[in-house]
Design a protein around this ligand. Structure first.
Ligand code: APR
Length: 308
């Protein structure tokens, strides 16, 4: 790609920009933030790691969208992060206004761009982005499932004492307490995880996954996770830039899939050069289907708080 713009040069945005540059996923990475000097300073600092890390991607920063013009892809990380005791939904009012403003700028700067949304509450911020930009669902995709799945796989690998690389899994649903780790599709090199771990242990891992973000907020106290979130967003960007047709759990605008309509929710998505290329519908157990429906209701409830 020629140009990727990361909006928000905070913890998630800056870490993400560095990862994009290290993987040379674009010739230029632009960091945009409202704080004067910060995106410029972080951008320059990152660009200067090029000779050491061996990349030619140029990283720049700006407080306006001039340098972002004609970006093929945007990653939106602008907004406030959680503090202990806060849920992602507590961020909704502040972040909806921020994401609204950012979306208007994206639409002006690059009307054909693909947007990967990271700001929370994720599924609702995806909806704000889609409504404000008017972009089709192929071009507005949310990062949540890849992160939640990475947490789930980490905990499983720890419990099973096997490589994370051999754990295949998917976490669907909203990016919150109602997320739906699909135990029925979790395998270790094809072996159903239910043959390897007892129900009680699996339940505790599922529960730890659901509250995985909060666990980190409680440690950090002044902010929320950013190493794994930025890595997860970069995996999605890489699938798009390299047209890999990867199947990853992402938040997508549902139009009847899984019996749900007009809501963003985490589902298995095929990502490639066009962005969201396909939503894959898998068979779910009754309990998983009910959990997904409950998760959609919770996203809708938070959507109700936002005035567009
Ligand atoms: N335009 C551009 N940047 C903005 C805007 C805006 N309108 N409003 C705020 N920002 C910037 C802030 O100046 C800050 O630098 O967004 C950045 C957010 O950075 P952090 O506070 O470090 O938060 P971070 O941990 O990066 O999380 C950002 O991602 O994972 C989610 O829940 C998290 O919603 C949060 C977002």
């Amino acid at each position: 790609m020629n140009k990727i713009t990361v909006v928000g040069a905070g913890n998630v945005g800056a870490t993400l920009a560095q990862r994009l540059a290290e993987k040379e996923l674009a010739r230029e990475v632009v960091l945009v933030d409202i704080i004067e000097g910060v995106p410029q300073g972080k951008g320059l600092d990152q660009w200067e790691t090029g000779p050491i890390e061996g990349f030619d991607t140029r990283v720049t920063g700006a407080n306006d969208y001039g340098p972002a013009k004609d970006s093929e892809l945007f990653v939106v990380t602008a907004g406030i992060a959680r503090k202990p005791g806060m849920s992602r939904d507590d961020l909704v009012k502040t972040n909806a206004d921020i994401v609204k403003a950012v979306s208007q700028e994206i639409k002006k700067a690059s009307p054909r761009a693909i947007v990967v949304v990271v700001s929370n509450p994720l599924d609702v911020m995806c909806w704000v982005t889609k409504q404000v930009t008017g972009f089709p669902r192929e071009r507005v995709i949310g990062m949540a499932g890849v992160l939640d799945t990475a947490r789930y796989r980490t905990f499983l690998s720890d419990a099973l004492e096997v490589s994370v690389e051999d754990i295949q899994a998917m976490v669907l649903g909203g990016h919150g307490d109602t997320m739906v780790p699909l135990v029925s599709y979790t395998t270790v090199s094809g072996i159903p995880v239910t043959q390897l771990l007892d129900g009680k242990k699996l339940d505790s891992i599922v529960q730890r996954t659901r509250t995985g973000g909060g666990e980190i907020v409680n440690y950090l106290k002044t902010g929320s996770a950013y190493y794994a979130p930025s890595a997860a967003a970069v995996q999605m960007v890489e699938a798009i830039v390299r047209n890999k047709h990867r199947v990853l759990p992402c938040s997508a605008w549902l139009q009847g899939e899984y019996g749900l309509k007009d809501v963003f929710l985490g589902v298995p998505c095929k990502l490639g050069a066009k962005g969201l290329e396909e939503i894959i519908e898998v068979q779910l157990t009754d309990a998983e289907r009910a959990a997904l429906k409950k998760s959609a209701e919770s996203v809708r409830e938070t959507m109700g708080v936002v005035k567009l």
